[in-house]
Write a protein that binds this ligand. Structure first.
Ligand code: NAD
Length: 330
């Protein structure tokens, strides 16, 4: 059996080689994005696994994979909007994704940023670099003294809730679907209550019409002036111009943002000598009370290993049995 992995990053190579050895399967790698220009590389392989930001550029890609005798198209990401599911199905390709590679990775990111925010560590670091060692404005909070509100308590949000609870915080949650495993961990409340009562709002909903611009101008006005926001979910969950206004006018104290609308054109690029075109992202990053990271909440060794293992396991099972654990329905 031979599988071809597209768009392989150096940090994935060890996990891929380990899987290949364990399963005695040849797994070859390239750095190409799957497209009409690169699909021919898959000829002679039994399966393909991809990961990419851009949509597959032509329906002929699916037709060619079918023509090569390939029966699946594996994604080693949760998102699958880069694939035309109808075109894949029309060519008898089973598309798979990795729905949850490590909820803990994102939950621990949120915890890390929460600690940075409540202890003013970003400001202390910047001051130290300027040889300004004064304490003024650096008084912090302790986590067991906080009410933390989680909006969207699914796989990641529930994991974060358990971490915060273990550290002694009072944890509120807002989610239309309550979880039995959070019975003794959180108190479920409505959206207005969570916004008014929380010292930190931690966002973890999936992106859907109800969560698009879930936090807009009126919502920031409900939050405490001393409250912090963490968004490691999806960019459109927050109305960015409204967030910028809320931070500038000190309606809230600060924010840690790992996902922002329009992030695709900046994340994982070296733009040191260039101008950021989006005025919103530029304004957000420049704010002294905002911390920005380029969608790295998931990016841990455990996540990378799981993305590789789960996507290759699915490819292996489809090739050998015609079935996989994580098919994406058209
Ligand atoms: P999930 O589907 O397990 O949980 C989402 C929860 O949000 C569900 O319980 C759902 O009922 C709830 N929800 C949906 N709409 C809501 C609304 N309007 N108000 C309140 N709750 C709402 O998803 P997950 O696997 O926990 O992922 C959560 C988010 O994290 C997703 O947006 C995902 O894309 C994002 N994510 C980010 C990274 C990163 O690196 N930053 C990595 C992985 C996932």
């Amino acid at each position: 059996m031979k599988i071809l992995m597209y768009s392989v990053r150096p940090d994935e190579e060890a996990a891929i080689k380990a899987w290949a050895e364990r399963h005695e399967v040849t797994v070859d790698m390239n750095q190409e994005v799957m497209s009409l220009a690169t699909v021919d590389l898959a000829q002679g392989y039994d399966g393909v696994v991809i990961v990419q930001h851009g949509v597959i550029d032509s329906d002929q890609v699916y037709a060619k994979l079918h023509q090569f005798g390939i029966k699946q198209l594996g994604l080693r990401s949760a998102g699958y909007d880069v694939v035309d599911l109808k075109a894949a199905a029309a060519n008898d390709l089973i598309v798979t994704n990795v729905p949850a590679y490590s909820p803990r990775s994102v939950a621990e990111y949120s915890l890390a940023q929460l600690m940075r925010l409540i202890r003013n560590l970003e400001i202390a670091d910047e001051r130290a670099q300027q040889q300004d060692f004064r304490w003024g404005g650096l008084v912090g909070r302790e986590i067991h003294d906080l009410t933390i509100g989680i909006i969207g308590a699914g796989r990641i949000g529930s994991t974060a809730a358990k971490l915060y609870k273990a550290l002694g915080a009072t944890v509120l949650a807002n989610d239309p679907v309550p979880r039995a495993d959070l019975k003794d961990i959180v108190t479920y409340v409505d959206k207005a209550t969570i916004l008014k009562e929380s010292d930190v709002i931690d966002l973890h909903p999936d992106l859907n019409p109800s969560s698009t611009h879930l936090l807009a101008a009126a919502d920031f006005k409900l939050m405490k002036n001393s409250a912090y926001l963490i968004n490691a979910s999806r960019g459109p969950v927050v109305d960015t111009p409204a967030l910028i206004t809320a931070l500038k006018q000190h309606e809230i104290a600060g924010a840690a943002i790992d996902a922002v609308e329009g992030e695709e054109v900046i994340n994982n690029f070296d733009l040191r000598d260039q101008t950021i075109e989006s005025p919103e992202i530029k304004a957000l990053i420049a704010l002294p009370n905002a911390i920005y990271t380029p969608h790295i909440a998931f990016y841990t060794t455990v996540s990378v290993q799981n993305m590789v293992d789960i996507s290759l396991d699915d490819a292996f099972h489809i090739i050998t049995t015609g079935k996989a654990d994580h098919p994406v329905q058209a």
